[in-house]
Design a protein around this ligand. Structure first.
Ligand SMILES: [Zn+2]
Ligand SMILES: [Zn+2]
Length: 161
């Protein structure tokens, strides 16, 4: 696996757990396997490897569930955000791309676990877009979300909250 120089930070939704890396590996992918679906509560996990020698937890530490003997799944125990997949035998950690502050910088290169791929996966991009959003449907509720938003911003902070 090749190392790519790329400074990235990220963390969970509540901000209790934050991380930073100076490099990623050229293995960004999505995994459809049933264990990844459960671990992230979604159709697939989107992961990118980060070499442990350039990776640090900059705030807090994730909780861990061993989904099998050698594989740890990390998540924030305060808000539940899935943060990583780690094969304990490897010197790298697979971070969830959605937890990165700038997920658009990490482009998935391939897909794994295709035996678990949901039959409607390929039709998802063709889904009809809803005509309205919360912003137009219920502006008061949307405004309330904005002013009471507890989600950590997409950048590092000195103190939070
Ligand atoms: Zn959290
Ligand atoms: Zn998987």
């Amino acid at each position: 696996m090749k190392r790519i120089e790329l400074e990235l930070s990220g963390g969970c939704q509540c901000g209790a757990v934050r991380y930073h890396t100076a490099q990623i590996l050229d293995n960004a992918h999505i995994c459809h396997c049933r264990m990844c679906q459960k671990a992230v509560g979604n159709f697939f996990a989107a992961l990118v490897g980060m070499p442990l020698d350039v990776f640090t937890w900059t705030r807090g530490e994730p909780s861990i569930f061993m989904s099998s003997e050698h594989v740890a799944r990390g998540f924030c125990s305060k808000c539940g955000t899935p943060l990583f997949y780690r094969n304990m035998n490897n010197p790298r950690i697979g971070i969830t791309i959605g937890s990165i502050d700038t997920p658009e910088k990490v482009v998935p290169l391939y897909q794994f676990g295709n035996e678990g791929r949901l039959p409607y996966f390929e039709s998802l991009p063709a889904l009809e877009g809803a005509e309205t959003t919360t912003e137009t449907d219920d502006p008061d509720f949307a405004a309330n979300i904005r002013i009471t938003n507890h989600q950590h911003p997409d950048h590092d902070t000195e103190h939070w909250p």
